[in-house]
Design a protein around this ligand. Structure first.
Ligand code: 6R9
Length: 648
């Protein structure tokens, strides 16, 4: 068990919500009564929320269709357009001049986009895409830095019913190629590069490399000229974004699509095989993006400035940098750059300069900033902050307390939100002005979410640890794994006989019913809040000519949560450069975040007699812990000693 989890288990402090402000959900009584309402009348509660919160072109006729479970369908018969809900709706309500997005570059340039500006830009982009032959249902890959054009591209897809798939800019050409091919994308939207740590992180060359062997489905690449780095040009295929948009009219009729029309695919790591394309659909996702902004963050579109530091390449960036704030007609901030550039005070400076009121980040960032010292936040005016959120991994109580005291000055509730790419939006989270919080606990399920903790047979566990499941479908749930229905059923539903959704996380419930997330129960690592499958890294390693076999495990890391430790059996003698070579090889195959922190060589891997790699043993070795696993079934006992010694 990692240190973070041990301290979480011993945590007893409770913090009451701040007084004097009425939240969207104002008290625990109100919370309980909404939950009751869902329990008593599930369908009509969702029906009323969907009618109240979304702008429909045609009303839906059925709330939830579970006839083909676990392939659930929500709000059938309804038609709507997502970009219309996020843009036109607010412009039509007279909010056209309100700032939709504030963007700041690493160099300090600031741009404001009003709702009217954003709508025009989205229409131009949608028209340009139409002219390139993109139609409803076609897939579009977005491989961009954190610039407004990334949000414009996403919204433009939704305007014409195209399905976007955003690929994180730090992913390698190989990872990009896999995603372009798996999605069968017709168009890639990218930029020459993005600003990073005072330099430029080139993107377009990666697209060129990804497409170097051709790609049947793809016809064009739209390139935003942003960073100014020199790029090659493939005539006939590559088109400048600005050239394509400037000749287009700034209006484009939004296409009313079915509630269940696919909205986006987002690739995420699983415990086996290649990353899977998590598929989300339109109405349910949008409803939950809008509602959770209000419930978990108490978002007030007319007065709040919301900043989620996540890149749009992750689900958090989708739901809480772009869709959630815009669905509510509020203002969202985007920052293109690293949090510690030019110094560790950068995030706090941005909060102070713009008057951020709700701030949402990951524990790994908090831990890194704690190390930099309190002087950084203390030298900026953080008095506008009123709610602080965290996401991505368990937050250790020390980091929670620092966030609460040093950043929030004891005034701001900490909202620890547990959710996943698959869930589309928050599942467990405190209501900032109602729920008493405990450092390290995501507290309770949000209204409408029937989360539970069960044992291996699916029996509920009232106190203690087990597996986190969700008993009832919810509107923003994934609709499938792109192109692989079986994998959807096998990964999320089969474990409990298709009865409830299996999240892949372990959790514990305390005597007050609070949920405490204990981390993954499968072979998925959480490195700085990013999900990586051990299998993925292992396959990357064995694709190198020198590697015969590899096993990857996580070990606790103070900043990153988990570090990557690889055990490698070689086909030939190791040379001095091999560790660096293999690290770079993994980076090339997957991306820099997947680079192993430690690589250890051995003559063989510890396996049981039935041939299973003893991962628990490897985890102990990686962490430098005393070996408590039973190694009596180990075929070759000397391997253990070898692995313990050979730390490189
Ligand atoms: C939103 C996001 C999902 C996995 C999830 C869990 C971990 C996320 C957490 C958390 C403890 C939290 N996780 N939030 N663990 N406390 N508040 O991160 O999506 O990238 O798909 O990762 O992250 O293990 O299963 P995703």
């Amino acid at each position: 068990m990692s240190e973070a989890i041990t301290t979480i288990l011993e945590e007893l402090r409770t913090f009451n919500p701040p007084q004097g402000h009425q939240g969207h959900i104002a008290s625990m009584e109100e919370y309980r009564s909404i939950r009751e309402q869902f329990r008593n009348d599930f369908d009509s509660t969702w029906r009323d929320l969907a009618r109240e919160h979304l702008l429909w072109r045609e009303p839906f006729t059925r709330v939830l269709n579970g006839d083909n479970a676990p392939f659930y369908r929500w709000f059938e018969g309804g038609k709507l357009n997502l970009s219309e809900n996020c843009l036109d709706r607010h412009v039509d309500a007279g909010l056209g001049e309100r700032t939709a997005i504030i963007w700041e570059s690493e160099a300090g340039e600031v741009r404001n986009y009003s709702y009217s500006d954003l709508l025009s830009e989205v229409c131009r982009a949608a028209n340009a895409m139409k002219q390139l032959g993109i139609q409803a249902g076609d897939r579009v890959i977005i491989y961009m830095p954190m610039i407004v054009e990334a949000a414009v591209a996403m919204l433009a897809c939704t305007r014409i019913g195209a399905v976007h798939s955003v690929v994180f800019g730090a992913f390698s050409p190989q990872a990009l190629r896999d995603r372009i091919e798996d999605a069968g994308a017709k168009l890639v939207i990218t930029a020459d590069g993005g600003g990073r740590r005072g330099g430029i992180h080139a993107l377009k060359p990666n697209v060129d490399e990804a497409l170097s062997e051709g790609c049947r489905s793809l016809s064009h690449v739209l390139v935003v000229c942003h960073a100014g780095n020199e790029v090659d040009w493939c005539a006939g295929r590559d088109i400048r974004w600005h050239d394509a948009l400037k000749v287009q009219p700034d209006s484009c009729e939004p296409l009313a699509v079915d509630s269940e029309h696919p909205l986006f695919i987002l690739y995420t790591s699983g415990s086996t095989g290649k990353p899977k394309g998590i598929l989300h659909s339109t109405a349910g996702y949008l409803l939950w993006a809008r509602l959770t902004m209000r419930w978990s963050f108490d978002f007030r579109p007319d007065s709040d400035l919301f900043w989620c530091t996540a890149d749009v390449g992750w689900i958090t960036g989708h739901t809480y940098s772009v869709y959630g704030p815009l669905a509510n007609g509020g203002t969202t901030l985007m920052y293109e750059g690293v949090p510690t550039y030019p110094d560790p005070g950068r995030l706090w400076k941005i909060c102070a300069d713009h008057g951020v009121t709700i701030f949402y980040t990951a524990p790994t960032a908090i831990r890194a900033l704690i190390k930099a010292g309190d002087a950084w936040p203390n030298s900026h005016d953080l008095s506008k902050l009123r709610v602080l959120g965290t996401v991505g991994e368990p937050i250790n109580p020390e980091a929670w307390m620092w966030y609460y005291n040093v950043i929030g000055k004891g005034r701001c509730p900490i909202v620890d939100t547990w959710w996943q790419t698959e869930t589309g939006g928050h599942m467990l989270a405190p209501l900032p002005f109602a729920t008493p919080t405990k450092p390290g606990s995501a507290t309770y399920p949000l209204p409408g979410i029937e989360a539970d903790i069960v044992d291996d047979e699916g029996k509920p566990i009232t106190e203690g640890g087990g597996m986190l499941v969700i008993r009832k479908p919810w509107p923003s749930m994934l609709r499938g794994v792109w192109g692989d229905d079986q994998r959807y059923v096998d990964t999320y539903w089969k474990k409990f006989g298709n009865r409830f959704y299996f999240a892949g996380d372990g959790a514990r419930r305390d005597e007050d019913g609070y949920f405490w997330i204990m981390g993954r129960v499968d072979d998925v690592l959480n490195v700085s809040g990013h999900r990586l499958g051990t299998m993925e890294i292992e396959s990357a390693l064995v694709s190198h000519e020198a590697v015969a076999e590899a096993a990857v495990v996580g070990r606790p890391d103070e900043i990153k949560g988990e570090a990557i430790c690889a055990f490698v059996v070689l086909k030939r003698e190791a040379d001095d450069e091999l560790v660096a070579t293999l690290r770079n090889h993994v980076s090339k195959e997957i991306g820099a975040i997947a680079k192993p922190d430690d690589i250890r060589f051995a003559d063989s891997l510890p396996k049981t007699r039935s041939g299973k790699i003893m991962r628990r043993l490897l985890r102990d070795i990686a962490a430098g812990r005393e070996i408590i696993s039973d190694i009596s079934t180990l075929e070759d006992q000397s391997v253990v000693q070898q692995l313990q010694q050979k730390k490189l």
